[in-house]
Design a protein around this ligand. Structure first.
Ligand code: THU
Length: 136
């Protein structure tokens, strides 16, 4: 399967839903609220936000929570991510962390990733962000 082009409307919708998901974020320790929204191949959208913990290392990123919501909500054995967008409360450059890149890779080796870069919103492929993802 090759990377599918996203329509402008799909991109706009993912950015809007990722931005809305910021409002659900639980980030009392960093104050850095993050929202994510992903589009699966059947065309469903699922969202997630970061959920922090007093034991800092147990905090979970928005992207991985969106993926967990998609796994639960899809009703299928697995999901295939067409695209995922991530937005943050500080409106600063923020691409998915390494752990999230590996988890996105698990569910969509051709996924497109929409995030705020240094010049504003940009779209990359997960392959560009994680060139040698781990697979078993
Ligand atoms: N965070 C995310 O949720 N996604 C990212 O792509 C980058 C970082 C969260 C983790 C933590 O709750 C806060 O942002 C500060 O690192």
């Amino acid at each position: 399967m090759t990377t599918s082009e996203l329509t402008k409307s799909e991109q706009d919708q993912l950015i809007k839903k990722a931005t809305q998901a910021i409002n659900s974020s639980y980030a009392p320790y960093s104050g850095f609220k993050v929202g994510a929204a992903l589009l699966t191949f059947p065309g469903e959208i699922f969202t997630g936000c970061n959920v922090e913990n007093a034991s800092y290392g147990l905090s979970m990123c928005a992207e991985r929570n969106a993926i967990a919501n998609a796994i639960i909500g899809s009703g299928q054995d697995t999901i295939t991510i067409k695209a995922i967008a991530v937005a943050n409360s500080h409106n600063v450059a923020c691409s998915p962390c390494g752990a999230c890149r590996q988890v996105i890779w698990e569910f969509g080796q051709n996924a497109q990733v929409i995030f705020q870069g240094n010049q504003g919103w940009q779209t990359s492929t997960i392959k560009d962000l994680l060139p040698e993802g781990f697979s078993l």
